[in-house]
Design a protein around this ligand. Sequence first.
Ligand code: ATP
Ligand code: ZN
Length: 284
Amino acid sequence: MKLKIAIQKSGRLNEDSIKLLKEAGIEFNNGLNKLKSEAVNFPLEVFFLRDDDIPQYIEDGVADIGIVGENVVMEKNKEVKIVDHLGFGKCRLSIAIPKNQNYEGIQDLNDKRIATSYSMVLSNYFKKNKISAEIHEISGSVEIAPGIGLADAVCDLVSSGSTLFTNGLKEVEVILKSEAVLISNNNLSKEQDLILKKLLFRITAVKKAKNNKYILLNAPNKNLDAICKILPGMKSPTILPLADNGWSSVHSVVNENEFWDIIEKLKDKGAEGILVVPIEKMIL
Ligand code: ATP
Ligand code: ZN
């Protein structure tokens, strides 16, 4: 029994999808010019496909699970379920108009022609906001449509905004925020579900490790209590006496989001020689 996972063959999600599986300890060939590849040390078969096709294949059961952008899941609207958010491929689906045009609000989009590859998501958005605009579905290079007179505005994926900028456009509405997600067929067998749970367990460990750092520091003993309060750790910090009298070494794990905040508080309490090290896997 094997679980079949579909990932993007080439493009923005390909590398990170492969990296995630490899960091989860799963070994397979990268699939250059290959449609599929069998993992050697985990019951997984990897299919390399165009991202647009992945939701359909999973609904049909050709693949059991897959990695795609939430934007694609929303657009295709297939019977699949999102089982995890993966933290990469972050972008937003936005409406942009020529830079030099005034924009006061969404009502300005009434009666405009808008080019997009996301007609489903966009038409739902217009329905919800009671806008009547003409949607032109095109499959690539959406950002050049206003420049060649094909449309008045675009609805496209944006990450830094530099593509919009170089095409003389400005972002005026964000209609969806997206990141890569793990999706699954709705009717996995018990055995398949067990393999998925194993995979999810590993993915969680990899993601947790990325969001956390191992921290080591020297602390004056008189401030140990205060320092331990700042550093929760996985259970509680490890404290080891230093050869130097009156000082200890404190080890703990801190979350990336609180990291700088914590470092400042530690320094205020006299912590010295602070080392921060990446964690490879983290199992709670
Ligand atoms: P395919 O050949 O598989 O159809 P594609 O050209 O449709 O590829 P890519 O441009 O590789 O797709 O983007 C894949 C996904 O990466 C998008 O659906 C989106 O979820 C995500 N992504 C992240 N940042 C961006 C960005 N700045 N522009 C476009 N997509 C982005
Ligand atoms: Zn695509």
